[in-house]
Every structure is written in structure tokens, then in C-alpha cells.
Design a protein around this ligand. Structure first.
Ligand SMILES: [Fe+2]
Length: 169
């Protein structure tokens, strides 16, 4: 072979390699998630289904996280990414700026930030934290090699990939 990375295998072997493990149902109990979230220095925790393996989502194509928007947090955190984000408001009230549209929210509301939309979330309460539950398609976008993040919006977009090891003889 001219390249150590290149290989040729039989098609049946390829079919075997392409089979993915079956992902079983899972439940994350609020009594486990909430204290973990409140003690997490980054302010966000991700839910993982161990059946998914390395990529760490809840299913092979979806990931889910809880994030806290601190009381009085009105700083601009605008950013964008090639994954979609769908936010369910679990606690608190505030607003999101999504592509210059102001979307006000409170508990129970669902907010969509489409792929590559500029977005940031702001807590309008000075006393109550807000908690957002977020669904994303990061595992899918990442698997396709198309995961880009621009943070803050207007900065150089980053292609989010793991550098592959150099293959030597
Ligand atoms: Fe985001």
C-alpha cells in the first residue's frame, strides 16, 4: 500500500463493521441529575447512554444536557454551531437572542436555535437561577465531520475534530 492508513477489506467484512450496537432505553432521574447539576462548576451536565459508546449521547444521533443560567446573568454569550439546539425551560425566566430575535421564555416553554444561528440565553431574574434542558444533534453532526463552533459569534469558527494519530510503518 502507498499509504499506511489505506486498507482493502471484503465487502461482507465492511457490512460486519458497519453494524452498530443496539441502544437500550434509559432513564435519568431528576433526583440524580439535579444535585449533580448544582455541584457542576461548568454549570452544565450531559446525559449519557452507555450503550452509545465513545460519542457520549443519549442515542447514536442525539445528545441531551441540562444547563444553569445564573440569576442576574445578562452577559452576552452569543455563539453559533452547526448542531441544532432545542431548549426546554425547566426553571426560571429570561430570554434568548436568536439571530437578533428576542424570544422571552419561562418554565415550560420550548425554544429552537437552528443550526448556525447566533444565540445566547439571559436570565432576567436577580434571585432565581434558570435551568434549560437542551436536545442537540451533536453526535450526528460530529459523525459527519461537520461540527463547527464559533464562539463568540464573529470570531474564527473552529472545526471540532480529534486529531488523528500519525500512521507510521
Ligand atoms: Fe449553543
Amino acid at each position: 500500500m502507498t499509504n499506511q492508513r489505506a486498507d482493502i477489506i471484503s465487502y461482507p467484512e465492511f457490512i460486519k463493521k458497519s453494524k452498530k450496537p443496539v441502544v437500550g432505553p434509559a432513564i435519568w432521574k431528576w433526583e440524580d441529575v439535579h444535585p449533580r447539576l448544582m455541584n457542576e462548576p461548568s454549570g452544565a451536565v450531559s446525559l449519557v447512554n452507555k450503550d452509545v459508546g465513545e460519542s457520549g449521547g443519549v442515542s447514536p444521533t442525539l445528545n441531551a444536557l441540562f444547563q444553569v443560567i445564573k440569576a442576574g446573568d445578562k452577559e452576552r454569550h452569543s455563539h453559533r454551531h452547526t448542531n441544532v439546539a432545542l431548549f426546554l425551560v425547566c426553571e426560571g425566566e429570561g430570554y434568548s437572542m436568536i439571530d437578533d430575535e428576542k424570544l422571552e421564555w419561562k418554565k415550560g416553554d420550548l425554544v429552537l436555535a437552528p443550526a448556525w444561528s447566533d444565540h445566547g440565553h439571559y436570565n432576567t431574574s436577580d434571585t432565581e437561577d434558570a435551568i434549560l434542558f437542551t436536545f442537540q444533534d451533536v453526535p450526528l453532526v460530529s459523525e459527519m465531520g461537520n461540527w463547527f463552533i464559533e464562539e463568540p459569534t464573529g470570531s474564527m469558527p473552529k472545526h471540532i475534530v480529534k486529531k488523528s494519530e500519525k500512521v507510521t510503518k
